[in-house]
Unconditional design. Structure first.
Length: 201
């Protein structure tokens, strides 16, 4: 379900409707199943995210926001579900459907069959799946992990003033992906940097 339009021309009703369908539709469904998952100490949730959220797409601020919100949804719930054997993951599919068939180049259409996405969904929903919080891209028989990265960054002494100029002068270094590593938690890099500065042990 899409209501594509450039943001300047988009009615807020169209924004909210897309959020309700893609984000809240998933939230309500998961909420209904959650008590049963906890009681039986088993559950698998597979949400559908999109490259429109992770990398963006013109005219899809509403859709991209809803799909990116689902990544945040599973990232938080994976911690709550861990001790109950509830795994939550996301599929980021690209396939030929009624919604996309006019958007995909004709030469690619024959390879963009939905059944080439299904094996990843089936695995993520299976008892054999032991990972949580993953985003798996699937299209034309190709499967890949989508991961957030954080650069090594630049650490300034938090006991001294930090200025706009300091950020500006170091912006190229702090955005340099040569030092990037997978982002696995909110506090990991902060603790490392403060330890390197001698602020904590």
């Amino acid at each position: 379900m899409l209501r594509d339009k450039a943001f300047v021309n988009m009615e807020m009703d169209d924004f909210e409707f897309v959020m309700k369908v893609h984000l809240m539709g998933t939230v309500y469904t998961t909420k209904a199943a959650w008590p049963y998952f906890r009681e039986q100490k088993y559950g698998r949730v597979v949400v559908t995210t999109s490259g429109s959220g992770t990398v963006g797409n013109f005219g899809q601020a509403n859709y991209g926001a809803a799909k990116m919100a689902l990544n945040g949804f599973i990232n938080c719930l994976r911690f709550e579900g861990a001790k109950y054997n509830i795994m939550l993951n996301a599929i980021s599919p690209s396939a030929r459907t009624r919604m996309t068939e006019n958007l995909i180049p004709p030469a690619l259409l024959e390879f963009m069959r939905p059944e080439l996405v299904s094996p990843a969904v089936a695995y993520l929903a299976s008892e054999e799946c032991k990972v949580s919080g993953e985003i798996i891209a699937a299209t034309a028989g190709t499967f890949a992990r989508v991961q957030y990265f954080m650069t090594e960054g630049v650490a300034f002494d938090p006991d001294k003033p930090v200025t706009i100029e300091m950020v500006q002068d170091n912006f190229e270094k702090l955005t340099n992906l040569d030092t990037a590593t997978p982002s696995v938690g909110l506090m990991g890099n902060i603790e490392r940097q403060l330890r390197e500065l001698g602020k904590i042990k």
